[in-house]
Ligand binder design. Sequence first.
Ligand SMILES: Nc1ncnc2c1ncn2[C@@H]1O[C@H](COP(=O)(O)OP(=O)(O)OP(=O)(O)O)[C@@H](O)[C@H]1O
Length: 254
Amino acid sequence: MTDLLTVEGLSVRFAGLTALDAVSFRLSEGQVRAVIGPNGAGKTTLFNAISGYVRPSAGRVLLRGQDVAGDSPHAIAGHGIRRTFQNGGLFPALTVLENVLTGLTTETPGSFLDLLFGRRRALEAERAAIAKARALLELMSMGHMADARAGSLSGGQQRIVEIIRTVASEPPVLLLDEPAVGLSPVARAQMMEIIARLTGEKGVAVLLIEHAVELVMASADRILVMAAGKRIAEGTPDEIRADRAVLEAYLGHA
Ligand SMILES: Nc1ncnc2c1ncn2[C@@H]1O[C@H](COP(=O)(O)OP(=O)(O)OP(=O)(O)O)[C@@H](O)[C@H]1O
């Protein structure tokens, strides 16, 4: 499998505090890697450093070999690393379909012919975007909600729509920040199904921060365990379950 994302020695310092301390890992196509660890472990800081929301003090973030560390969030999203937030902002007054459409970027016409036929092309592009957005909603079992206002959905449904919006642009790498928080068991199962489809059918590489242990164990191929900014363990769910350092980090005794 090809490595899509390689994180090497990534560090973030905030005024004397090392929130992220030389963390390294790899993520390949179609793989789910969970990042777990107690509060303050540095999980969010890791996401922020990868996606450009905080500037790393050291290290590299390679997307298909190209270092994007230190680029702006907009540039990094443009390179193909997209993320969701814990309280991701959908537009509540827009419909579900319209929200998903905001995640689809239309290409700007470039050539002379494009300028001549720009309007027709723009209409075609819009039609294609709507068809794609509807297909994605169907794929994720949300087709029946397409015309509902986003603000009228439950929290769990809104999170699913946010993920659909984020994946609409077909990013190779998706960073999901606690996608299951506050979800009912049924919605959690649906979320796991969605993650499995994205990786299995679309080859998306997923980095997942998640506290719900059963979701992590069932959906992750590999797990990175952090504590106090450092990587303390790395392995498959079975290896992590049996790891002493992990138990100690969680139970708080040596
Ligand atoms: N902008 C900031 N300025 C100063 N310190 C920060 C900043 N952001 C995070 N920190 C600190 O960095 C450390 C790691 O925080 P981070 O939010 O990454 O942990 P986390 O693993 O995501 O925790 P949680 O599970 O509670 O979300 C904490 O000690 C936190 O207080």
